[in-house]
Ligand binder design. Structure first.
Ligand code: ZN
Ligand code: ZN
Ligand code: FE
Length: 716
């Protein structure tokens, strides 16, 4: 006897080829009924033999398309309708709007074959895509994910495209951004002319998925130097795009997998000696950020150009990335010699993601807006506004946390306006009206000011508590733990700057158990840009002579502007300046990155470091480094002994704290692989269970997620 069942599927099931998959499956099992997208996901009704219905339901989960993520499946028995056919119905926009918008997906192999097949009607068409690949998040205006709700709505499908779109057996069945040379978007200039400009060493602004890139020949030193000068970017490494990254960097299996993943992030890997990239691409670092092409336009560019391209965000220094045609031409006009643009609008900006094998450094394009599970569900929708540098926000609905893409540094008017726009677009897309807002305790962060300006219930979360909560929640836990947060800067509950902290905490609150002994930062913010100032303050604390000629002048600032800081980032800066690695930095973390590189894998005994009460006397490490330097010891050995000394002093502090036996590691300093590995090993040797970041960056990009976890918990 025939039965009829209704299956409600939730999760990432729109824009990933789910309905044609269901259609095919229903036919194979001889079932009638329908499938359609709704605002919560996908609804299926199937009618047929109970045995076939069971097989169908099992296969629905087991054989789901590779990019689908089924979060839940509810099944109910309903009245039979004696239907004979299985059909795909068009979308119903009613119901609660909780369907998940997929992230952007790199061009698939099938589409690539067509792109380079002279016999195909989409041969060399720079916007080819299908049910399994193409733009998603960056073109979606609202859910459900249907063409009418994307920026492709204004392109009318031609007859051939419409036939493919409507044919359940076609691989473009309901591929919402479907298009072809006859009906789809067009480039603003011939690809050939962009390629010849690049060959001549010119800078071309290229419109990508989530914004513009600035591109130039990565092997041409003059071109790269000109790009840096015009963009106002002194030394921060530039990412490159290449079809053969293995020629540029050493790739282990993890790096290979990340490079080729559908997310297509920029992968940081060690540069090969003699790699054909100009010195200015990534000066003074052995790491190089590489990515594969990920849109058809990129594939055509790389194929025609032949070499490696610098592909850096289309902005001036630290401004938000440009993504609207007119705006890009206005803002990048002075930087780019030409624009390779097109007429498919970008709905929202989304910069490239950056990852290391062990953890992301920037979780953005390809990942956003995929939901991260929260171990504690929020009873009311909320938004957390994050920190200031490497800013992100986080929207929570139930136990799903939707982290925004990378927003950059929120310290300018332009960045602040972009933050407001991004947040509105995000809330509209998710159809969330927050009832509560969480923010950093800092009095002056623009993100906190925005939060305080809303007419919503407010929760302020201390910066390092948010770091700790982020790491704990990311690991799916909610209990009490220790947290070692080694970080640059965060506002403490006592009004001083924190950043070298051992906390005992849970999602409800924390206790500051131990911290680096604070030093004054001569000149405040200036000390962050000029690490030698911090080195001078540490040397005075250590009662050692200060070798920097400007000190006699700058010392005066100790009386008027010298906030106290326990930041571990500043300690690494001090050591770097003392060793002559770098006295001034042009981007956050630069001195520490170069110090880590100097230390390499050199094996040494750690420097000793005393603790007094709740303070780790980090000046001991600087004193030891100073004395060794004066005695003529190798700088690499000093850098290594310093790293080990920090790890040892922290591990000893944890051993004294003793309970609980779980410890989380967070903060930007843990992007330092030597520090992370050494600290982790020492803690595990002491019998601690160590939790680290794997899904979120250890830096301030994780703050909004941590705030969200604390706020969700507070509602319980
Ligand atoms: Zn495809
Ligand atoms: Zn067409
Ligand atoms: Fe931080």
């Amino acid at each position: 006897m025939a039965q009829r069942r209704r299956l409600q599927v939730a999760g990432v099931v729109q824009g990933v080829g789910f309905r044609p998959f269901v259609y095919g499956l229903a036919h194979r099992h001889g079932l009638a009924g329908f499938v359609r997208n709704d605002a919560r996901g996908v609804v299926v009704e199937v009618e047929g033999e109970p045995k076939e219905l069971d097989l169908f339901a099992a296969a629905l989960v087991e054989q789901a398309p590779p990019l689908a993520r089924i979060a839940s499946l509810e099944t109910s028995k309903i009245e039979t309708r004696d239907e004979l056919e299985f059909v795909i119905e068009t979308s119903a926009a009613d119901g609660e709007r909780t369907a998940l918008v997929p992230a952007d997906i790199a061009t698939c192999d099938d589409c690539l074959r067509e792109l380079f097949d002279p016999g195909d009607r989409r041969f060399r068409y720079p916007f080819v895509n299908c049910t399994n690949c193409g733009p998603r998040f960056t073109i979606v205006r609202s859910v459900p994910y249907d063409r009418a709700n994307t920026t492709m709505a204004s392109f009318e499908m031609c007859d051939q495209c419409r036939r493919e779109y409507e044919d359940p057996r076609d691989r473009r069945f309901h591929a919402e951004p479907i298009c072809c040379p006859d009906c789809g978007p067009r480039l603003s200039i011939e690809l050939e002319s962009a390629v010849s400009l690049l060959r001549e060493g010119k800078i071309v602004a290229i419109k990508g998925l989530g914004g513009y890139h600035l591109a130039c020949d990565a092997a041409n030193e003059q071109a790269v130097a000109r790009l840096r000068a015009r963009k106002g970017r002194e030394e921060k490494p530039l990412a490159v795009m290449s079809s053969s990254p293995e020629l540029l960097v050493e790739l282990g299996p993890d790096e290979e997998a990340l490079l080729h993943s559908a997310e297509r992030p920029i992968v940081l890997a060690r540069r090969r000696p003699g790699a054909p990239v100009a010195p200015s691409v990534a000066p003074a670092t052995e790491w190089l950020g590489v990515m594969l092409p990920y849109t058809p336009l990129h594939y055509l560019l790389c194929a025609d150009f032949g070499g490696t391209l610098v592909m850096t965000s289309g902005n001036l220094s630290d401004e938000p990335i440009a993504f609207e045609n007119g705006e890009a031409e206005r803002r990048l006009g002075e930087v780019a010699d030409a624009f390779l643009s097109h007429d498919r609008p970008i709905e929202r900006r989304c910069e490239d993601s950056v990852v290391r094998a062990a953890f992301p450094i920037r979780r953005s394009r390809g990942y956003a807006p995929a939901a991260l599970p929260l171990p504690v569900g929020a009873r009311r929708p909320l938004v957390a506004t994050g920190a200031e540098l490497k800013s992100t926000f986080c929207v929570v609905r139930g136990d799903q946390a939707f982290l925004s893409p990378h927003l950059g540094d929120l310290d300018s008017e332009l960045a602040y306006r972009a933050f407001g726009t991004d947040l509105e677009l995000y809330l509209a897309m998710l159809a969330v009206e927050p009832e509560l807002v969480a923010c950093d305790l800092h009095p002056d962060y623009l993100s906190s000011k925005w939060a305080r300006g809303q007419d919503l219930e407010l929760i302020e979360v201390q910066h390092h508590h948010a770091h700790a909560a982020a790491c704990l929640a990311e690991n799916g836990e909610t209990g009490t733990a220790l947290a070692l947060v080694l970080d640059g800067t965060g506002y403490g509950t006592d009004g001083t700057i924190w950043g070298g902290e051992l906390l005992r905490f849970d999602l409800a609150g924390f206790e500051r158990i131990c911290h680096l002994d604070p030093v004054p930062l001569p000149g405040g913010e200036a000390a962050v840009h000029e690490p030698w100032r911090v080195a001078a303050a540490y040397l005075e604390r250590a009662e050692r002579p200060v070798p920097f000629p400007d000190w006699s002048r700058v010392r005066e600032s100790l009386k008027v502007n010298a906030p106290l800081s326990s930041g571990a980032g500043r300690l690494f800066d001090a050591a770097a300046a003392l060793l002559g690695v770098r006295e001034r930095v042009s981007y956050e973390g630069q001195a520490a990155i170069e110090l880590e590189q100097l230390a390499g894998h050199t094996e040494v005994e750690p420097y000793p470091c005393r603790s007094e009460g709740r303070r780790i006397i980090a000046a001991d490490l600087i004193a030891a480094a100073h004395d060794d330097l004066a005695a003529g010891r190798e700088r690499a050995e000093i850098a290594a002994a310093f790293h080990e000394g920090v790890a040892l002093a922290c591990a000893e502090a944890c051993a004294r704290a003793a309970e609980p036996r779980t410890i989380v590691l967070s903060g930007g300093c843990f992007q330092n692989l030597r520090l992370l590995a050494s600290t982790r090993r020492r803690l595990e040797d002491l019998g601690f269970r160590v939790l680290v970041h794997r899904l979120l960056p250890p830096n301030d990009a994780c703050i909004s997620f941590g705030q969200a976890a604390v706020a969700a918990y507070a509602m319980d």
